[in-house]
Design a protein around this ligand. Structure first.
Ligand code: DAH
Length: 345
């Protein structure tokens, strides 16, 4: 029945809520083109009885008007907002998408943590150049001229220079020398920074990494001071109850020298893959500053003594976060990086 159809389509038009210009066009194609519904209802009108015509003529004309008005209304709404501004989701009052925050690099986080612990003990932070000369990186630190660490294999040399080659520093111990040359004791400083070694890149080695060097020089500094300082550091960083042990070792710039192990952070000393079943993991090298080093920096080794230590920030970070591949630190994969603290600055 024509009357029922008009009723049904009137309802449809009244409920028409376009979400885009495409919806408006679909409306036009359905109702207003020459083969559309409005035209077809007028065709059907011709076939009804005279009585019906009298009633339905007005209704049909109103229906046609409704369809045209609704189309025009909708067209105005979407004409003004073409392109990017096209209203897709409807509600323009919704808040926009937030800007994602970055996160701190794990090495920066751990470096900061190390620095904070030593700052509380009165250590100042000092930095030195990454491009160093042989004197600061090796000779002043008591490396014998034939020491293997000077080999091309370990060191990235930049320039050969009579008696004082230029290279990328292989450790932050060079900053000790710069500091002692420039001032007078007492010195109490930590020296974080990037270092370089000519190594094949793998999950366990990289051609650049980061270290924190520590130095304390004053009258009467003893090995007991060294042990207590590092013990305190480990309790702060890895938690109360972390055990330490010192093993005798050799470094040209310290005498005596030691390496410090801590009880394994993963298995707490019972033995696991990380500590290869031993319950201990090495975290740093340390010792009493060799008198030769003090003298090389014009410090009276009869009056002053000192301790030094050096640790790899990557190593400390690996133990803290159980990271197994060193390459992750320099690949900038946000899936890795976004797992660490986000800080609003
Ligand atoms: N410079 C050493 C290295 O790169 C680390 C080190 C060991 C630093 C003992 C020190 C120290 O100050 O006393 O392997």
């Amino acid at each position: 029945m024509l009357q029922d159809k008009i009723k049904q389509y009137t309802q449809e038009i009244e409920q028409f809520a376009p979400g885009s210009a495409a919806d408006v066009e679909a409306f036009r194609l359905k109702f207003l083109v020459s083969k559309g519904i409005v035209k077809s209802l007028f065709e059907e009108f011709k076939t009804v009885s005279v009585e019906e015509k009298r009633v339905l003529g007005k209704v049909l004309n109103e229906f046609k008007q409704l369809a045209e008005d609704r189309f025009q209304e909708a067209q105005v709404e979407f004409q003004q907002s073409s392109g990017d501004l096209e209203r897709k989701e409807g509600d323009l009052t919704l808040p926009g998408e937030g800007i994602e925050l970055g996160s701190r690099h794990p090495l920066s986080l751990v470096r900061k943590e190390i620095v904070e612990i030593f700052k509380k003990l009165g250590f100042v932070v000092s930095e030195g150049p990454e491009i160093e000369d042989d004197w600061h990186n090796f000779s002043a630190l008591n490396f014998p001229p034939e020491h293997p660490a000077r080999d091309m294999q370990d060191t990235f040399f930049i320039k050969k220079q009579e008696g004082n080659d230029i290279a990328l520093r292989t450790h932050t111990s060079s900053v000790q020398v710069r500091m002692m040359e420039m001032g007078k004791p007492p010195f109490r400083a930590i020296m974080p920074g990037r270092v370089y070694r000519n190594e094949a890149i793998s999950s366990r080695a990289h051609c650049f990494f980061h270290q924190v060097e520590g130095l304390y020089v004053d009258e009467n500094v003893s090995f007991a001071d060294l042990k207590q300082t590092l013990f305190h550091f480990v309790q702060e960083l890895y938690g109360e109850g972390t055990k330490v042990r010192f093993r005798p070792s050799y470094f040209p710039f310290t005498e005596p020298s030691a390496e410090m192990d801590i009880s394994c952070t993963i298995c707490k000393g019972t033995g696991c893959n990380l500590c290869k079943g031993s319950g201990w993991v090495e975290i740093l090298g340390c010792g009493m500053v060799d008198p030769n080093v003090l003298e090389n920096c014009s410090i009276d080794s009869k009056k002053y003594s000192g301790f030094a230590f050096g640790m790899g920030i990557e190593r400390v970070t690996n133990l803290k976060y159980e990271i197994k591949d060193l390459r992750l630190f320099s690949e900038n994969d946000t899936r890795f990086l976004s797992q660490f603290e986000t800080e609003i600055i």
